[in-house]
Design a protein around this ligand. Structure first.
Ligand code: FAD
Length: 404
């Protein structure tokens, strides 16, 4: 695929060269000069040409022929130290739905060294049609180069139609690198996925413009179609007592010279309290809290409920809690069984991170607060009256039925 320039129609404005982020179009002062080697067929020049002088030079038949080679949905099965990241099981569930819509199969791609075979079996028990195991000593610890090269080689050989990656620290590093090497598109941080049954295009939806609207993005000219998905956004796949999937080991050709970084040591951050992505109950606080001194009261409530503590962005900006506790568009997406929103107004950027919680309780003194549109139970009142009362009741219960 390449682009075609109609020089009769070209008005010599240079807009195409300005918009070409890959340097495939340069402007010589009169007309665009095209370098096919650098072109990724992204079509930005086509869309932006005011004279409509540029078109994608690909016959529909030719494109369909190329795309016909690409079949199957793949999910990057992220693991660390022999344990699967939860997002891998969430994407397994979502990948199965996509594969079903496309009448194709779901492959989980598992990388690591030696202690990963048990994970391959787990993935089969969660319904994967196939687990592709890439086992190599240079894949023992994640490196951008090592993982990119190993997955890229398999994609070039096996040509999947779709590749899903969790938007974790690792996934956010791996996804763009891989997409650039494959010369395909990647939609980051998706919150909803679907298929256009007619074209087989992958519909990738994510918040846009500060969370004020949802944009559905497609990648019609390149394969595979790639997306990263926020952890906690999709429901986890269900355990299958009678699995039918297969495990395949692929040969990995990787050499020390392929990896430009070396991992000297891995330091795990020490977490205090329950991580909000793992907590079944989450107590969330917002700017309704007047002072950081009042956190003592919130932390006591959380302890009594065995809950994690989440916060809105202003609370992070005030320095009261680290960003690892922030929920929302620029924070985490969680779906606990119970989310208690205290002194939170319900801005859309916060709601996107917690709206799938099983039960949402909101406490706010403003009866018109938006949070009441999203909660299952709303308490209109002053948090400084309600939270101490909740603590009193919980402590009373504890006296009657000691928990610890
Ligand atoms: C690009 C972008 C990304 C963003 N990302 C995020 C994100 O990831 N997460 C996030 O949270 N925000 C995010 N924000 C910020 C977001 O728009 C809101 O500003 C923020 O969520 C509001 O936080 P809040 O509800 O704590 O504060 P406020 O909106 O100020 O609400 C405070 C609430 O407390 C209530 N209240 C006050 N006193 C009491 C009391 N005594 N008792 C009971 N209720 C009381 C008030 O009635 C009010 O409803 C983002 C914004 C942008 C532009």
């Amino acid at each position: 695929m390449s682009i075609k320039i109609d020089f009769d129609a070209c008005i010599g404005c240079g807009t195409c060269a300005e918009n070409c982020t890959f340097g495939a179009l340069e402007f010589d002062g009169e007309k665009p000069v095209y370098n096919v080697e650098k072109c990724t067929s992204c079509s930005l020049c086509v869309d932006n040409c005011p004279a409509k002088a540029i078109s994608v030079d690909v016959q529909q038949d030719e494109k369909e022929d190329i795309f016909r080679d690409y079949r199957g949905v793949w999910v990057f099965a992220e693991q660390r130290y022999g344990e699967l990241e939860m997002v891998s099981l969430e994407l397994l569930g979502e990948g199965l739905k996509l594969a079903h819509s496309l009448n194709t199969s779901l492959t989980m791609v598992l990388l690591g060294h030696t202690n990963i075979d048990h994970l391959a079996e787990d993935l089969i028990y969660y319904g994967a049609d196939r687990v592709l195991v890439l086992d190599h000593e240079l894949l023992d610890v994640y490196t951008t180069d090592g993982y990119t090269t190993a997955i890229y080689d398999q994609i070039m050989k096996q040509k999947p139609e779709i590749l899903l990656i969790g938007a974790t620290m690792i996934g956010r590093d791996l996804g763009p690198r891989l997409a650039a090497r494959l010369k395909t598109g990647l939609t980051a941080d998706c919150t909803h996925l679907g298929i256009d049954a007619e074209t087989r295009n992958f519909l990738q939806t994510r918040p846009a413009f500060g969370g004020n609207l949802m944009a559905t993005i497609i990648c019609p000219n390149n394969r595979p179609q790639m997306a990263t998905v926020r952890p906690g956004t999709m429901a986890k796949a269900e355990y299958q007592p009678h699995p039918t999937g297969v495990i395949e080991h692929a040969e990995v050709k990787l050499f020390p010279k392929d990896i430009r970084t070396s991992v000297e040591s891995v330091l795990n951050s020490v977490r205090e309290g329950i991580a909000i992505e793992d907590a079944k109950i989450v107590v969330a606080i917002g700017r309704g809290l007047r002072s950081s001194k009042d956190l003592v009261m919130i932390e006591k409530l959380a302890r009594l409920l065995k809950a994690g503590i989440a916060v809105t962005r202003p609370v992070v900006e005030a320095g009261w809690y680290p960003v690892s506790h922030q929920v929302g568009l620029t924070g985490k997406t969680i779906r606990p069984n119970l989310y208690i929103a205290i002194g939170i107004s319900g801005a859309s950027q916060h709601i996107v991170g917690m709206q799938d919680s099983r039960c949402i309780v909101a406490i706010n003194k403003d009866p018109e607060a938006d949070i009441f549109k999203y909660c299952h139970y709303g308490i209109v009142g002053d948090l400084y009256d309600i939270v101490p009362e909740m603590i009193r009741v919980l402590e009373k219960q504890r006296e009657l039925v000691p928990i610890d």
